[in-house]
Design a protein around this ligand. Sequence first.
Ligand SMILES: Nc1nc2c(c(=O)[nH]1)N[C@H]1C(S)=C(S)[C@@H](COP(=O)(O)OP(=O)(O)OC[C@H]3O[C@@H](n4cnc5c(=O)[nH]c(N)nc54)[C@H](O)[C@@H]3O)O[C@H]1N2
Ligand SMILES: Nc1nc2c(c(=O)[nH]1)N[C@H]1C(S)=C(S)[C@@H](COP(=O)(O)OP(=O)(O)OC[C@H]3O[C@@H](n4cnc5c(=O)[nH]c(N)nc54)[C@H](O)[C@@H]3O)O[C@H]1N2
Ligand code: SF4
Ligand SMILES: [Mo]
Length: 746
Amino acid sequence: MKRREFIKIASIGTGGMAAMGVLGSTFVQKVVNPRIGEKLGEEFANKRIPTYCEICFWRCAGWAYTNEKGEIWKVIGNEIDPICNGRLCPRGTGGLGAYTDDNRLRTPLIRVEEDGVQKFKEASWDEALDYIADKLRTIAYIHGPETVALFNHGSSGRYMTEFLQAYGSDSSTAPSYAQCRGPREVAFFHTFGDFVNSPEPTDLKNCKCLVLIGYHLGENMHNTQVQEMSMALDNGMKIVTVDPRFSTVAAKSKHWLPIKPATDNALMLAWIHVMIKNGWYDKQYVERYCNGFEQLAKHVEPFTPEWAAEICQLDAQAIIDTAWEMYHASPATIIHPGRHNTWYGDDTQRLRLVAILNALMGSWGRKGGFYFPARATLSRFPRPAFPIPKTTWREALEGDYPLAGMSVSNAIIDRSIPKEGREFTYKAWLVTGCNLPMTIPNTPHTLEAVQHLELLVAIDTMPMDITGWADVVLPECSFLERNDNIRTDQGRVATIALRAPLYPPKYDSKPAYWITRELAHKIGLGRFFPFEDQQSELDWELQQMGSSYAEMMEVGVKVFPRDESELFLKEGIDHRFNTPSGKIELYATGFIPYGFDPLPSYVKHEEPAEGYYRLNYGRAPMHTFGRTANNPYLFDLMEENTLWVNPTIAAKSNIHAGQSVWLENQDGIVSSFPITVRITERIGNDSVYMVHGFGHADKRLKRAFGRGISDTELITRVHVDPLMGGTGMRGNFVKFILSDPKKVEV
Ligand SMILES: Nc1nc2c(c(=O)[nH]1)N[C@H]1C(S)=C(S)[C@@H](COP(=O)(O)OP(=O)(O)OC[C@H]3O[C@@H](n4cnc5c(=O)[nH]c(N)nc54)[C@H](O)[C@@H]3O)O[C@H]1N2
Ligand SMILES: Nc1nc2c(c(=O)[nH]1)N[C@H]1C(S)=C(S)[C@@H](COP(=O)(O)OP(=O)(O)OC[C@H]3O[C@@H](n4cnc5c(=O)[nH]c(N)nc54)[C@H](O)[C@@H]3O)O[C@H]1N2
Ligand code: SF4
Ligand SMILES: [Mo]
């Protein structure tokens, strides 16, 4: 096959507007597809429907409203939802933009070649799904269905995952694991026998000492965590922030430790040293519940605060003071596991230190620490058993990353490039709700893999970067135009939440459920989708939980109360943890069979060369990754990212505030676009900082195109965690380029 070229809208074929798919769901058939500016009429006036937000994955439940003209009006939080307490964050409120964005994908697109030029042809759903079904049939026949992988994030992933399993593959993966929270899940599982999961079961509202290590809560806007943090602050909670950058929450902290990047393990080892040496840990808890204390105590003997102070460029006394602060508040102390954990490649071991600290403070299963979450069980209508894949995702890894709990996105990408000596190669990707060129580090490697694929399908709402590389693009409607699976996320109490459509899908877009079901039917897998339509299926599922679709339309959220005593360990009573020893494992015996160190150490990481600065990145409260960059309302709040530069570096490099600079990384990669310099003392003199999710390269994103720099573009050096495959991304270094390298074709 000819190399796949990146296609922008400018080269759309002349195929003409596709007709409404003949397969239209019952709901869609009832109404004409509304276009921007069209009045939807009385049917939609003063309507209120229950939904849960899809702008990030906290998934707050809310109500979406239309006004008296039937126009979209507002979305607000659902008062009875404990995951939002009736309040949405700024992104959730601006979530309406997911519906109104006029750059949305409108019709299915198929890559064609005309006169040697690749372009997209607009297609009907029938055509597009036939094309995919044909390819999938051929791939199953020639290579086996297990060579097809799914990348997913968000609600649409659930149905696509089931489709993939029915087809014969279990390689369903997500950047939100190996580029995000995978390390903490593995570390906590091997310490406490439980995953952290989302939302994190932190009893923040009762917490007295919160330790945030590279976790910038407040800029990272996970709703109820931020609410509970404010509540606890009002009640006198002390915060210890460990961050090389003076983050928003650092300003609210009793202690800010401006740590030298990449040295956190040294700090934590010293904290443990100080705690054990001074007896500043919960002895009863450790004695009753923990295993491996002696090994740990011996292991940390050399790691004095003075030793760490030098490595971390901190004050030794500050290390001792903060250790005391944690002990003083224990067990109402949370050393937060963070969320975006993939930093330097030794991340699972770093998160093991976090887990050990929590164990020493006795905070796992204790008030003000971590609670044991509850979750509603969703019954699924009986359907045939899924076929067993000939090669499972784990077998495809051929022994690599043995502690990974789910398939590893970057490993699938890697194993899509044929390599001598390797038996298994992936042949096709289905991608939904992921923008891989912007979320998987080392984009050139991802794009090389794309060239080897026999099929790349992108299901998205927006013409994001990934769609430009796809063979087929399928436009999903926004969350405000669809039902989705019942939300059963964990919390202090089990809850269920319904998402219903406010409007029918705009343009020729469709919900994931419909797309998957139609595709399943086309490929002869219809028996796995036993319901005619999604609402009947949801109703059946809700009935099993003692509710119904009709009831949920009225209430939106249902809470299943439980006794508060179930939240925490019962004082003085033994508890069996789900670990090999049945105890909290300070010494991780589960690591031993794989040759991984059961006790974490400090390993020195590479430092920037002269003239280069470490590339640091994070979140802004008004955007979610790159997915909201083009959202009209959120764009108004923040149009582009800026580059934080310390005044000393600025002076040395001859750059001033407001200047546009380009960046070049250690591998000679130059940013596609410039970024505006912001000079601030809030960042140290060895790094520069920017918010992730900007610098979009697809011109079809009229607002977001070319605004700021994409951090991902500059992250080409990846330090992979040998335990679970996470991609350490913070070992990249950049220098300033002061004049236009004329790299951008406009
Ligand atoms: N450089 C760098 N890379 C990172 C990070 C970083 O900070 N810097 N963060 C990492 C983290 S923590 C994570 S969790 C991952 C996330 O990485 P991904 O899982 O790839 O998630 P998003 O960036 O949210 O992908 C958004 C895509 O989903 C599409 N989308 C939005 N709504 C819908 C919908 O309703 N349906 C469908 N089908 N598509 C939709 C958007 O248009 C966009 O193309 O990225 C990781 N990668
Ligand atoms: N508004 C908003 N909120 C979000 C998201 C979003 O996109 N937008 N995404 C959600 C998701 S999926 C995730 S995973 C989370 C991510 O949220 P976090 O896990 O908080 O995000 P990170 O990007 O890892 O954290 C960045 C912080 O780490 C600091 N840092 C950098 N290097 C080091 C180091 O070596 N040591 C230490 N101690 N600190 C360091 C940076 O200065 C910065 O303050 O946010 C969630 N919440
Ligand atoms: S935290 Fe904000 S963006 Fe995330 S689900 Fe809740 S309201 Fe939506
Ligand atoms: Mo994440």
